[in-house]
Every structure is written in C-alpha cells, then in structure tokens.
Ligand binder design. Structure first.
Ligand SMILES: Cc1ncc(COP(=O)(O)O)c(C=O)c1O
Length: 434
C-alpha cells in the first residue's frame, strides 16, 4: 500500500538527495527519517501538512505532539506578529516571562516557581542537577522506556534492547549514577531502591517514545509515597502530557503531585521552549541571592525566556486554561482508541491500542502492553507498514511513534484516519488468509 508514495513524492526525493550531502541521514533528527525517504514539508496549516509535491497530509504527529491547537493557530500568529515588531530576543528581563510563569503557577499543582529553557532536554538536565543539589545525593532514577531528551545522565534504557547504550559517546561516568526502574510495577521499584539513596525519580505520566503507555494511577500514588518515605524528589516529565491531559497536565489528570515538573512542546505554542518548576524551597536553590557557590544550582541560557516563545506560549495556555478544549480532545481521543480497536478486531488483526487523553498508539501484539518491554515485543514491522500506508494515503504519523490530536482536527480528519486504518486492516486480513 506504500507503493504509490515514490510516484507522488518526486520533489521530496530530490530534496532528500540534496539533504543527504549536508545533513546526516538527510534530516535534523533521526526519528524524522523513514524509508525510502521522508517527504519535505512546504507549508502547514490547521490540521494539515503540505509537502513540496503538493500532497496533503492530515497531521497526527503535530510537530512532535507540540501543536495542540494545530499549525499556525490565528490567536498565536496574531500575538507573535505583534511581538515581532517589539523585538525578537532581548537577553534582558521582561514582563512576558513573569506572565507565563504566573500562568504556570496558577494552573499546575506542583508549580510555585518556574525557570525557562529552550528545550525539554535542557529542562530535564537542569531539573536533574537541581534535584542533586537540593538533596546532596548523586544518584538518580528513571524508568525503562522513559525518554527525557538527549542529556547524558538520562539517555539510558530508552529503547529495547535496554542494556545496549542508546548512543556512542556516553561515558560510564555519566551513566553510573543512573538507576533504571521497571514501569508500572511498584513492588519491583521498591525492591530496586531498597538500599539506594537517590536524589530524584523522573517519570513520564504517559510513556511517549516508549509506546504511548499510561502509568497506572495506583503506581504513581505508590511512587509518591515511596519518595516521601525516602526523601526522594519526584519529577514528572510532562513535556508531552503538560497542557494536554489536563490544563495542569498529568499531575492534575491523575491527582498525584510531584515535587518538580518539566515542560516543553505545547508550552511554546509552536516555538522552542522548555521549563522546569517546583516547590519554592527547591527552586530557591537556583537563586544566587540566597545560595552561593558551591550550594547554588546553575541554570541559564542565551535564549532562556525568549519573548517570541513566551508570547506564543501565553496565547496557547490561555486558550487551554479552562479545560474545555482539552476535555473535548480527551473525549475524541477515547473514541479513536475504541474505534481503532474495533477496526483491527473486526479484521482479526491482533493489536493493543494504548494512550490516554488525546494520545493514541497501536502495538501489533496480542499481549497486554503496560510497559515499554511489552511494547518492544510487538511486531515493529507491522507498525511501520501501517503508518507508511497511512502516509501514502495522506495521513501522517511518524512510522514508529504515537499520534496526537489537536483542536484543529475535524470530524472528516478523524474519519479519514479510521477509513485508511480499515483499508490497512483489511489488507492484513487478506494477506493473512492467502
Ligand atoms: C517526555 C519527553 N521529555 C523530554 C523530551 C525532550 O524534549 P526536546 O526534544 O524539546 O529536547 C521529549 C521530546 O520528545 C519528550 O517526549
């Protein structure tokens, strides 16, 4: 079903050939590459991407799930246009950073103080350092399948096989203080940490790159209790779930409050951003007026609190604040998960549909998927085939990643997703029976 792709994407192929000579793999991020070559986007609007050959795609990737209001939402575009006239980058203090921090403090349960970064990776890096500074402990813990960006200390056990280094160039020194924990299994987490003193446990409330797998509420509650008992800082990495599962993110959705939270993606309203926040007493460790070397924890950056990102973020968060749009999206997300399940079941294709709120993912396996290890046992080839067949027919997902919804998606967009899924499932059934 992917056969039609090359004939429709000749210009993309040419660009890919050019790109390969100046960009490794022809891309700026390995996950954006897929076979035979990725299409190159010419423009985007609402729920759609348009490639250089004029093909149109309903976009469920949404710029790495960042675009909850779709591409170029008018309210954000208007606000940014005005801000462009007033300066693109100050490198000084300004009111917009206070406004966005105020907004986060208002709606995110764990946030009393905030600092901004340019990406989720950076925010996780500074949050980890802060946790170490605050607790005076070196070790940290993360979960199997958890993705927190490319920061060395957290770049471990993301993909199966979990014992192979995620990248060359990661030193033993950088990783020796990182403990990897099993997801959704509180007994084994307790067991693993029995004789350990860790500064922090970082968790995605819904594993993103690990397979769109929600944490169980009881598991998160158990982690909260464990962290209280052992003086560990619980960090929610809400780079995906923040401002998506609920206005206050996964912590509001689950009713479990972490000590610190990391944001990115949606918070930037389509522009680069990251942020970390938490209780005042923890965040004060960054305050150079209160703590001096060697007791304070450094954070900074040339583009930290860039006024364009602050403007776009403010416009976005204000639209999401009352929760109405998010509730609507969560309802649609629930229906999509049900519908996809039904379609595959009706065609005798063994699939587990995972996700939460407005996130959804498919795993071609008959086993229940409650952690990244289970997800890794699913048939990856089928997953890629499914997504490639969607792409060839105008529905965009990255071949190996989950889908996300935006307020720009129409009923027709959702119907198209279901229709193309049905075509794929039927073809699987035919192949299976011949
Ligand atoms: C949960 C999570 N944390 C952190 C990151 C890293 O963020 P960034 O790509 O902005 O550095 C990502 C990116 O996909 C993510 O999904």
């Amino acid at each position: 079903m992917f056969d039609s792709y090359p004939s429709k994407t000749q210009k993309s192929k040419e660009l890919y050939e050019r790109a390969k000579s100046v960009l490794p793999a022809g891309v700026s991020y390995a996950i954006r590459h897929f076979e035979p070559y990725p299409f190159y986007t010419a423009r985007a609007n609402g729920s759609k991407l348009f490639d250089v050959d004029g093909n149109e795609y309903v976009d469920f990737w949404l710029g790495h799930t960042a675009l909850i209001l779709g591409h170029s939402p008018p309210a954000v575009v208007e606000a940014v246009k005005k801000q462009l006239e007033n300066g693109t980058h100050y490198g000084t203090s300004h009111e917009l950073e206070i406004k966005l921090a105020d907004q986060i403090v208002k709606i995110v349960p764990s946030a009393e103080m905030v600092r901004f970064t340019n990406s989720g990776t950076e925010a996780n890096m500074y949050a980890t350092r802060l946790a170490r500074a605050y607790t005076s402990r070196s070790k940290i813990a993360k979960f199997e399948g958890g993705w927190h960006g490319g920061y060395d200390a957290l770049h471990i056990s993301v993909k199966y096989p979990f014992n192979i280094p995620e990248s060359a160039g990661l030193t033993t020194g950088a990783l020796q203080d990182t403990i990897v924990l099993p997801f959704n299994n509180i007994e084994r987490v307790r067991e693993r940490l029995k004789n350990e003193e860790v500064a922090s446990i970082v968790i995605e409330p819904v594993l993103g790159a690990g397979g769109g797998i929600p944490a169980e509420k009881e598991f998160l509650k158990g982690l909260r209790e464990l962290c209280n008992e052992k003086g560990i800082l619980l960090i929610f990495d809400e780079v995906i779930t923040g401002f998506r599962l609920a206005p206050g993110g996964g912590q509001q959705y689950y009713g479990v409050t972490p000590d610190m939270t990391v944001f990115g993606k949606i918070l930037g309203g389509g522009f680069p951003i990251g942020a970390f926040c938490g209780r005042r007493e923890i965040m004060e460790r960054i305050d150079t007026l209160v703590y001096r070397r060697p007791y304070y924890s450094f954070h900074g950056g040339t583009f930290a609190a860039n006024p364009i990102s602050m403007t776009a973020g403010l416009a976005t968060v204000k639209i999401l604040e009352d929760g109405q749009l998010i509730n609507k999206l969560n309802n649609v997300g629930g229906k999509i998960r049900e519908k996809l399940k039904e379609i595959f079941e009706a065609n005798e294709v063994e699939v587990q549909v995972t996700g939460a709120g407005s996130l959804f993912n498919t795993h071609f396996t008959k086993e229940e998927v409650k952690d990244a290890r289970a997800a890794s046992k699913a048939d990856k080839k089928k997953q890629v085939d499914y997504h490639l067949s969607l792409i060839a027919n105008g529905v965009f997902f990255l071949p190996t990643h989950a889908g996300a919804l935006s307020t720009a998606h129409s009923e027709t967009d959702i119907e198209k997703l279901c229709l193309e899924t049905e075509k794929y499932a039927k073809q699987c059934k035919r192949t299976h029976h011949t």
